[in-house]
Write a protein that binds this ligand. Structure first.
Ligand code: XIL
Length: 311
């Protein structure tokens, strides 16, 4: 039978999805995820608020469940994520500034050591940029300055030298001020010998708005010697979705696949979730939805067919 994973593997790529522990209990979702996808990103289960809810006390149970489901289905896993301003437990923000670096390094070392050798990649720092290409003034930047990113990547590398280490962000898919910021940071990290391996382009798009510069943008990161990946793809539509919207979405998905296949260092594409009914979009962007390749009844949409044709 046709599958996204089979078609991607034939091109030396992967096609992934994000799964939460809740999704693992929904057989309609897992019946799609097993055969169709070969890379899993935990939707929430490896984030700091889950894995270290209070200082020094760790909980890897939820993340371990995702990992073992993935292993049982011959999938690889993208660890997501080690350092992020969001879904960060309150205790980190309350630390005296001179304790933030130690807490960050301990968190990275403990979590990356727990999963050592089991993950394809880590999103080491997630969403570090403002829209204008400057770094967010979050607790890590305030305590350590820009250097926190190099320190985080080096710390992750020491704990799990074989995981591909990524920086991941949204609105960096096309060429713009924010992706310029990421490009300049990546270049600077590499020139300092920081073991950065890849850039994740989240790719939370609005239908009809996939940037025309996406392929060129991926290519400029690849030219630095980095992998690139589409890490959280969805393409939201203002509800109710018309058939014209669904056709445009199909064109969008096909364009993204073509862009990735045209860049040899584009290692794969992950959709954020399996189906429209369980996607994060309606909860976060009220009025929007229908953002994935599968509808509320778990039926493949035009975007699924266009993705298959483009792969
Ligand atoms: C989202 C999850 O899907 C939601 O369940 C959660 O409430 C918020 O986070 N960028 C990221 C992901 O890197 O971790 C986010 O996931 C979506 C945006």
């Amino acid at each position: 039978a046709t599958s996204l994973r089979g078609l991607a593997e034939a091109q030396n790529r992967y096609f992934g999805t994000a799964l939460t522990d809740g999704d693992l209990n929904n057989s309609a979702e897992t019946n799609i995820a097993g055969p169709q996808f070969d890379m899993v990103t935990p939707g929430n289960e490896m984030k700091w608020d889950t894995t270290e809810p209070s200082n020094g006390s760790y909980n890897f149970g939820p993340g371990d469940q995702i990992l073992s489901w993935a292993q049982a289905h011959n999938d690889r896993v993208r660890g997501h994520n080690l350092v992020w301003h969001s879904q960060l437990p309150g205790w980190v923000n309350s630390l005296p500034q001179n304790q933030v670096q130690g807490a960050m390094e301990a968190h990275i070392t403990t979590e990356a050591t727990h999963y050592k050798g089991k993950l394809y990649a880590w999103d080491v720092v997630n969403e570090p940029f403002n829209e204008d290409g400057s770094l967010r003034q979050d607790v890590f930047d305030k305590a350590m300055g820009t250097n926190y990113i190099a320190d985080a990547i080096r710390t992750a590398h020491a704990a799990d030298p074989n995981a591909k280490l990524y920086l991941n962000d949204y609105n960096i898919e096309g060429e713009n001020a924010k992706s310029d910021g990421m490009y300049n940071l990546a270049k600077s990290l590499l020139s300092q010998g920081v073991p950065l391996n890849g850039i994740g382009l989240e790719s939370h798009f609005i239908v009809g708005q996939v940037p025309s510069t996406m392929q060129a943008n991926m290519q400029r990161f690849a030219a630095l010697g980095l992998d690139v990946a589409v890490t959280e793809l969805d393409d939201r539509i203002q509800l109710p979705a018309s058939s014209a919207n669904l056709q445009q979405q199909a064109a969008d998905y096909a364009n993204i696949v073509k862009d990735c296949l045209a860049v040899s260092r584009c290692v794969g594409i992950s959709q954020w979730g399996v189906d429209d009914g369980n996607s994060w979009i309606p909860g976060t962007f009220p009025g929007y939805g229908a953002a994935t390749m599968y509808d509320q009844n778990f039926q493949p949409k035009p975007a699924y067919n266009s993705t298959v044709s483009a792969l």
